[in-house]
Design a protein around this ligand. Structure first.
Ligand SMILES: Nc1nc2c(ncn2[C@@H]2O[C@H](COP(=O)(O)OP(=O)(O)O)[C@@H](O)[C@H]2O)c(=O)[nH]1
Ligand SMILES: [Mg+2]
Length: 423
C-alpha cells in the first residue's frame, strides 16, 4: 500500500488537473491490483483450510471498500479519460536537437520548469535516450522532446535507429518547432544531426519550422548583442549561415547557467553563502530565459504543425510496432512488480501466526502454490522479453530501410556508419 500512499501525496501536491487525473487513474489501478493480490492470498487460505473464517482478515474490509469505490467511481473515471484524450490531441510537439554538451537537456529543464532532464557535466556519462515531458502554460500544452546528439560519432548505429524510431513515434502528429541548440562548440557533428533529420524524415521546408537556440549568452536581453551574434554567424558563411537565413533569422539567445553547483571541500559559511547567491542568481537568469522562450514558442500554437511526407511514411510503417512494443514493455514492468509483490506476500504469509499454526502438509501446499505461480510469471517474463526484442528488431530494420533510400544524400559520417553495419 505504500505505493498508493505515495501517489495520494503526489495528488495532494499537484495543481495540474490532467496530471491529477492521470495519478488518480494510476492509484485506482494500483488499488485494484492490491485488492486482487489480497483476494489470491485469501483464496489460498480459505481454499486449503475451510474452517478459517475470512472475516477474520482485516484485509477483507479493504477489498470491500476497494470494490465499492471502483463501482462508484467508474462513471467519473470514464469522464476523466475522455478529458485526457481531448487534451492530448491539442498538445504541440517541440523537438530539441543538436550536438552533445550544447545545453539541450538544460534547456528542456528550463522550458518545462522541471529538473527531470539530466544536465551533464563533462566527466559524467551522457544520456543516450530520448526523454520527453509534457507541461501546460497559459492553457497551451507542450511536449518537449530531448534527444541525444545524433551526430555523436560514439553513438552506435543501433542506438541511432532506436532514437529515430522513438522520435518519429513521438512526433507522428507533426512538429510545431524544431529547436536546434547551438552552443559555442558548434561543429560538423551538430550540422550532421540536422542534415540527417532533414534528409530522412524532414524536407527542405524544415527551416520554416526551425528555431535556433543560443544558450550561454549572458546578455540575452540586449537585442543589439543578440543581433550582432546572428550577424557574426552569417558572416562565417557555410551551412549554418544558410539555415539561419532560411529560417528568417529565427534565433533565440538565452542563458541557463547551472543550479547544481557543487560545494568546495570543507566549505565555510562565507563560501556557502556565495554559492547559494550564485544559485539564486542563476535561477533568476533561467526564469528570464524561460519567459523569453515561451513567449516565442507560444506563437506556434496558431500554426499547423509540420508533417512532411517522409515523417508520415516512416511513422505509418512503425507506429503499430512501436505501440505494440510499448504495450509489451508496460506488461513487462507490471509483471516484474507482480513477481516482487508475490515474493513479499509469501514472506508475509509464512511469518504470520496463522501460517505457523497450520499442519506441515498445509504449509507445503501454500508454499508450492506460490512458487508455482512465481515460476509461471517468470516464464511469462522471459517470453515477453523475447517478444520485445523481436519488435525492436523489426522497428530498427524498418528505420534502416527507410534511411537506405537516401543513403547517397547522407553526410559521410552516417553513410560510413551504415555501410560498416551492412558489411
Ligand atoms: N552558463 C551556462 N551553462 C550552460 C548553459 N546551457 C548548458 N550549460 C551547461 O553545459 C553543460 C551541458 O549541458 P547539457 O544540457 O547537459 O547539454 P546536452 O548534452 O546538449 O544535453 C552543463 O554543464 C550545463 O550546466 C547556459 O545557457 N549557460
Ligand atoms: Mg542531454
Amino acid at each position: 500500500m505504500r505505493e498508493i500512499e505515495k501517489i495520494q501525496k503526489e495528488i495532494g501536491k499537484t495543481d495540474n488537473d490532467s496530471k491529477k487525473l492521470k495519478l488518480q487513474a494510476k492509484m485506482k489501478e494500483d488499488k485494484r491490483k492490491f485488492a486482487e493480490e489480497i483476494n489470491v492470498m485469501l483464496g489460498i487460505k480459505i481454499g486449503l483450510n475451510p474452517e478459517v473464517n475470512a472475516q477474520n482478515f482485516s484485509s477483507e474490509a479493504v477489498i470491500e471498500t476497494e470494490i465499492n469505490e471502483r463501482t462508484n467511481n467508474e462513471e467519473e473515471e470514464l469522464i476523466g479519460e475522455q478529458i485526457l484524450l481531448e487534451n492530448e490531441s491539442k498538445i504541440k510537439n517541440f523537438l530539441l536537437i543538436g550536438g552533445t554538451g550544447n545545453g539541450k537537456s538544460t534547456l528542456a529543464n528550463v522550458i518545462t520548469g522541471t529538473n527531470n532532464f539530466k544536465e551533464s557535466k563533462k566527466s559524467v556519462s551522457k544520456t543516450r535516450n530520448i526523454q520527453s515531458e509534457m507541461f501546460e502554460e497559459n492553457e497551451n500544452k507542450y511536449l518537449i522532446i530531448d534527444t541525444p546528439g545524433l551526430g555523436d560519432t560514439q553513438l552506435a548505429l543501433i542506438r541511432v535507429l532506436d532514437i529515430i524510431a522513438e522520435a518519429v513515434y513521438l512526433v507522428k502528429d507533426g512538429i510545431s518547432q524544431v529547436l536546434f541548440v547551438i552552443g559555442n562548440r558548434f561543429g560538423q557533428n551538430e550540422m550532421d544531426t540536422y542534415n540527417l533529420l532533414r534528409t530522412i524524415i524532414f524536407d527542405e521546408h524544415v527551416t520554416n519550422y526551425t528555431t535556433i537556440i543560443r544558450p550561454c549568452f549572458e546578455n540575452f536581453n540586449k537585442e543589439e548583442e543578440c543581433k550582432e551574434d546572428v550577424d557574426l554567424m552569417i558572416r562565417k558563411k557555410g551551412e549554418l549561415a544558410e539555415i539561419i537565413e532560411s529560417c528568417q533569422r529565427n534565433v533565440i539567445h538565452v542563458n541557463n547557467p547551472p543550479l547544481n553547483i557543487a560545494s568546495v571541500d570543507n566549505e565555510n559559511e562565507n563560501e556557502k553563502k556565495e554559492r547559494m547567491d550564485d544559485i539564486k542568481s542563476n535561477k533568476r537568469a533561467r526564469n528570464k530565459s524561460r519567459v523569453k522562450i515561451l513567449d516565442n514558442l507560444s506563437k506556434c500554437f496558431q500554426k499547423v504543425p509540420y508533417k512532411p511526407p517522409k515523417l508520415k511514411k516512416l511513422s505509418t510503417e512503425i507506429v503499430d510496432y512501436m505501440e505494440n512494443k510499448k504495450e509489451l514493455e508496460k506488461k513487462l514492468v507490471d509483471l516484474k512488480s507482480n513477481i516482487i509483490r508475490k515474493k513479499k506476500l509469501i514472506n508475509n504469509i509464512t511469518e504470520s501466526q496463522e501460517f505457523k499454526n497450520k499442519s506441515d502438509a498445509n504449509k507445503i501446499n501454500i508454499i508450492d502454490d506460490f512458487e508455482e505461480k512465481i515460476k509461471q510469471l517468470e516464464s511469462k517474463k522471459e517470453i515477453l522479453n523475447k517478444e520485445i526484442i523481436v519488435k525492436k528488431e523489426i522497428i530498427r530494420k524498418k528505420v534502416l530501410e527507410h534511411i537506405l533510400n537516401d543513403i547517397d544524400k547522407l553526410e559521410e559520417t552516417f553513410a560510413e556508419k551504415i555501410k560498416k553495419k551492412e558489411n
